[in-house]
Design a protein around this ligand. Structure first.
Ligand code: GLU
Length: 295
């Protein structure tokens, strides 16, 4: 059974770029009669905007993107993350690290395993790093084909718990995708970079990695990614059809203008029936319908 998911972080409203990720993962799941889950990745309170989680879910509802089962909140999974971190610390597969970002920058920008053999005792303000036992140097993506991981990243013991005590995105995302039985991850191309680490985590856990499909990234006129960090505008909740059609065109669908008279439900149904991966190869050539003024 195919299980896909959309996993937004509540750091702002749902913007055009995240709608593209929601739709791509939805079509890919539903075209295979699969389940489509929604997970709110609320493990970074300092970056969270009050009310964003419920606004994101309301927006999905307005676009008739109906998820299967209950929404999983990562904030409800902290015990599971901590248990895994503790297990790796006690089996000596992970270690405490006191290096600052600045120190690492000074040593070629990649972490050189400085604290690996220091045997530091917990004293606060330390990160937890996983010893990389399964280095991943390349992986296959359904759209981009074989992707090579930059050499310095391949062997880097990466952070699973941050110095500020928050769990690392890579750890939470992999533990939850396993927990929820996800079979394929469909998301924006900005997340290609951490994928090698995530596959490495699956292997360390003895789990079968998911397959990956990275979608073209929506960028604005100056070439910047549309993201909450760049304060991309939230999408319209009251009149979803025009934005939905734009996002579907961005994903490579050819839509007739007369389809503007459809309901979101009808558009999604049509999308599920007509979705095919080849349409994505042309998608990058389509400019997202944004100008800087709209952002
Ligand atoms: N929560 C991440 C984000 O909003 C996405 C995680 C993922 O799809 O793996 O960028």
């Amino acid at each position: 059974m195919y299980i896909g998911r959309f996993a937004p972080s509540p750091s702002g409203p749902l913007h055009f770029g995240s709608l593209v990720a929601a739709l791509g993962s939805y079509f890919q799941a539903k075209a295979q009669s699969g389940r489509w889950l929604v997970r709110i990745e609320d493990i970074d309170p300092p970056r969270e905007i009050a009310g964003a989680s419920s606004l994101i879910l309301k927006t999905l509802e307005a676009y008739q993107l109906v998820w299967d089962g209950d929404v999983l909140y990562q904030s409800s999974r902290l015990t599971a993350y901590q248990q895994q971190v503790d297990q790796w610390l006690s089996s000596d597969d992970a270690y405490l690290c006191e290096c600052t970002r600045r120190q690492i920058k000074e040593t070629h920008g990649f972490y050189q395993g400085t604290c690996r053999h220091k045997g530091l005792m917990a004293s606060g303000n330390q990160a937890v790093r996983l010893k990389v036992t399964h280095p991943i140097s390349a992986f296959d993506d359904q759209r981009y084909g074989s992707l090579t991981i930059p050499a310095g990243l391949v062997h880097e013991d990466f952070i699973i718990k941050r110095r500020d005590g928050l769990f690392a995105y890579n750890l939470a995302v992999v533990l939850d995708d396993i927990y929820q039985g996800v079979t394929e991850v469909v998301r924006g191309a900005d997340l290609i970079e951490p994928t090698g680490r995530q596959i490495s985590l699956y292997k360390t856990l003895g789990a079968t990695p998911v397959s990956y499909l990275h979608l073209p990234l929506a960028i604005d006129d100056s070439g910047n990614k549309l993201s909450k960090q760049n304060h991309a505008a939230g999408i319209d909740l009251t009149n979803p059809v025009p934005t939905l059609m734009n996002a579907m065109r961005f994903l490579g669908f050819s839509l007739d203008d007369h389809m503007a008279g459809s309901t979101p439900e009808e558009l999604l149904k049509w999308g599920v029936e007509n979705w095919h991966l080849q349409q994505l190869s042309d998608a990058l050539k389509i400019k997202p319908p944004f100008s800087n003024d709209a952002l």
